[in-house]
Write a protein that binds this ligand. Structure first.
Ligand code: BV8
Length: 252
C-alpha cells in the first residue's frame, strides 16, 4: 500500500512538463536486483562491491571480477521491470521524462523508457579492456554463480573482455554527466529515486538542480545524505510510490 501522497508533490507532478528522473539501485530493488550496498548474497556475501568494482580488482584477479559480473548479468536477465519502471514509462506518454540512471541494468529500457544517460555504464556493453573495441561476441554466462570465470578474449587483440561499467576511479562515459546536468537544469521537476547519494559526481546532480531553482523530490524509503538537500522527501518505494503518483496526476 503506497504512503499518502504529499499534495504539493501531486501538484508539482501534475503541472510538470519537463521531468528529469535520477535513479539509483533502489529503482530496481523490487525487481529483485540487490541494491549496490545491500549485503550481497551467497558466493558474493564476503565481498565488498565497492572493492570489486575497481580497475585494481580487475587487474589483480580478472576471473573473480568477471565471475561477479556474469552472476549479475544472469540475475538481471532473470528479472522483470517493476511497477515503478513501468509508471515512469507511462508518465512519458503524457509529458517529457528524461532518465539519468546510475544503474547498469536495462530495466528502464525493458519497461519502455528511453534512458538519456547511463552514468555508470551498462552491464551488457562489453568491450576489450586493452584495445577498447566493443565486444558483441558470445560470452559464457553460467546459470549458477561461480567464483571464477575466464573473461572472453578480444578477437582483435586477444585482450580480456570487460563489462562496460564505470569502476571507482574511472571517468564517467563522455557526455553522460553533461547530458544529465543539462536535463537537470532544464527540468521543472527533478525526481531522485532509490539512491544513497554517496557516489560522485552523480550525487552532485540534485544539488545542481536546487542551485538552479528546480524543485527536487527524493523518493526513498530511508533517509539519505540527499534528504536534507531536497524540497520534498517522499518516504515510499519506487514500485509503490510511482504508480500511486501516476494515478493521482491522471485525475488531477
Ligand atoms: C569519477 C558501476 C573522476 C559498477 C558504480 C568527488 C568527485 C568525483 C569523484 C569522487 C569524489 N569523491 C570520491 C570520488 C571517487 C568516487 C566516489 O564517488 N566514491 C564514493 C564511494 C565516495 N567516484 C568515482 O570514482 C567516479 N569516477 O568521479 O571519475 C575521478 C576519478 C578519481 C578521482 C576523482 C575523480 C565513478 C563512480 C562510479 C562507480 N561505479 N557502478 C558496478 O555497478 O559494478 S557506482 C555504484 O554505486 C552503482 O552504480 C550504484 O548505482 C551507485 C550508487 O549506489 P546507489 O545506486 O545509490 O545504490 P545504493 O545501494 O548505495 O543505495 C540504494 C538506495 O536505494 C538506498 O538509499 C535505499 O534506501 C534505496 N532503496 C532500497 N530499496 C528501495 C529504495 N528506494 C526506492 N525503492 C526501493 N524499493
Amino acid at each position: 500500500m503506497a504512503a499518502p501522497l504529499n499534495p504539493a508533490l501531486v501538484e508539482l507532478a501534475a503541472a510538470a512538463r519537463r521531468v528529469t528522473v535520477l535513479s539509483g539501485a533502489g529503482m530496481s530493488a523490487e525487481s529483485g536486483v540487490p541494491t549496490f550496498r545491500a549485503a550481497q548474497s551467497g558466493l558474493w556475501e564476503r565481498f565488498d562491491p565497492t572493492m570489486l568494482a575497481t580497475p585494481q580488482a580487475w587487474e589483480a584477479d580478472p576471473e573473480l571480477v568477471w565471475a561477479w559480473y556474469a552472476w549479475r548479468i544472469n540475475l538481471v536477465r532473470g528479472v522483470e521491470p517493476n511497477a515503478g519502471h513501468r509508471a515512469l514509462a507511462r508518465w512519458a506518454e503524457r509529458t517529457q521524462v528524461r532518465i539519468a540512471t546510475q544503474n547498469v541494468d536495462d530495466l528502464h529500457e525493458r519497461a519502455g523508457s528511453d534512458v538519456l544517460a547511463h552514468l555508470h555504464g551498462s552491464l551488457t556493453a562489453l568491450r576489450c579492456a586493452d584495445c577498447e573495441r566493443p565486444f558483441d561476441g558470445p560470452v559464457e554466462i553460467p546459470a549458477e554463480p561461480v567464483e571464477r570465470l575466464a573473461p572472453a578474449a578480444c578477437p582483435a587483440c586477444d585482450g580480456r573482455v570487460r563489462p562496460g561499467v564505470v569502476w571507482f576511479g574511472e571517468m564517467l562515459p563522455q557526455g553522460a554527466f553533461d547530458a544529465a546536468a543539462d536535463a537537470v537544469f532544464d527540468a521543472d521537476l527533478v525526481l531522485v529515486v532509490g539512491t544513497s547519494g554517496l557516489v560522485y559526481p552523480a550525487a552532485s546532480l540534485p544539488d545542481l538542480a536546487r542551485g538552479h531553482g528546480v524543485p527536487v523530490v527524493e523518493l526513498n524509503p530511508e533517509d539519505t545524505p540527499v534528504s536534507e538537500r531536497v524540497d520534498i522527501v517522499w518516504r515510499d518505494t519506487a514500485a509503490r510510490g510511482l504508480p500511486a503518483l501516476l494515478a493521482a496526476i491522471a485525475v488531477a
